[in-house]
Design a protein around this ligand. Sequence first.
Ligand code: DLL
Length: 433
Amino acid sequence: MPWNDKFEGMPVEELQNFQLEKLRETVAWVCERVPFYKKQLDEKGVKAEDIRSLDDVSELPVTVKNDLRDNYPFGLCAVPMSDVVRIHASSGTTGKPVTGPYTAGDIELLGECMARNFWAAGVQPEDVVQIAFGYGLFTGGLGFHEGATHIKCAIVPTSSGMTRRQITLMQDFKSNALCCTPSYALTIAEKAEEMGVNLRELPLRAGIFGAEPWSVSIRKEIEERMGIRAMEAYGLTELGGPGVAFDCEAQDGLHINEDYYLAEVVDPETLKPLPHGEKGELIFTSLQRRAMPMLRYRTKDITRLRRETCACGRTFVKMDKVLGRTDDMIIISGVNVFPSQIESLLLDFEEVEPQYVLVVRKKGYLDYLTVRVEVKKEVYNAGPDKEAEIEKKIADHIRGMMGIGVRVRVIEPGLIARSEGKAIRVIDERPKE
Ligand code: DLL
């Protein structure tokens, strides 16, 4: 049974009527309160009452990260500061951070969405939940905290880092669930092995991981090493943090919290809506957020949507695991490549550790890719001939599966910096335009 059967199991038609009503409300809300949106809606000649069906969402203006930056910090805020109870932010790699203000109702919404995520992962009120996402401006730590609070779990708010202590607390407090980035989960697993702690023997049962792309192979690797089910969370600061979409027991795509978010997939070049099943850029309109609602926010994340009867009984539309981002796509010999595709091919080899970086360089108009991947200790110790053999095997496999030539360099285990939050998987040495 889902956490909130009324919405999670609502018949699709009823759900869509609900979305339509909330969409109109949101458009009216921002039109009255956010000059940036009023101007754009006026220019397009769209009013809330003109929206007759969900397809009409395509008449609304899109919002991009730069709009948030240009209006930093609170230009897109729809409520006075007296109604704001919390402000999160994401630093990103360039420019000003993106702000995420919340009303008390927005925080409640975040808690509800995250409770659904925990519940679907089998987390119960009597469970001890260790939250190793960063607490602070990042939405991960406190976002998960809200969800576990709704369920009334015993929360261990470790935040990220101090990996030895994470493991000791996991043993001492008998944590049943762990929440962190998938790359940090691997760091924890590795450290536990080093400490001689068998995580599989601990009461740890479930993990909820997210905030960065991870392949199905990494999921299996984590499940295997920790003896848990590895579930997923997806979200972004601009839409309120985690809690946008979550994994159910079927582990076959993430259910989007459709009572709170209206999802579209569009062609990233033309912005033309794409039918379900086709891959494109994911766009969200928030339906019930009040402090900083977003109309058609372009996530830059690439995925596809599926509306199907899920084994779990939830009716919410599903998105596939994020395949990559429009901005981390590399074009090698004319082929679009996402780091996550390479990741899953690397993990087809038993000899490698799940630690790699992709180095992208430019020569003329072409991008060149070098894959640096750690190998297991015994393989590394076997010497250069063995290394060369594996490098060739991996490069051949990538060529066979993706039709691109890459250079593979196997490296000593432990050489790649371990992640405590979002891992850096791509080093882009191409000149900036
Ligand atoms: O990462 C929110 C979050 C926290 C989600 C904890 C899940 C768990 P931002 O820092 O704003 O917010 O980064 C958002 O991270 O556009 C995706 O590119 C990526 N991302 C988030 N979740 C996933 C996921 C948080 N499950 C950006 N799979 C998004 C792949 C993800 N990418």
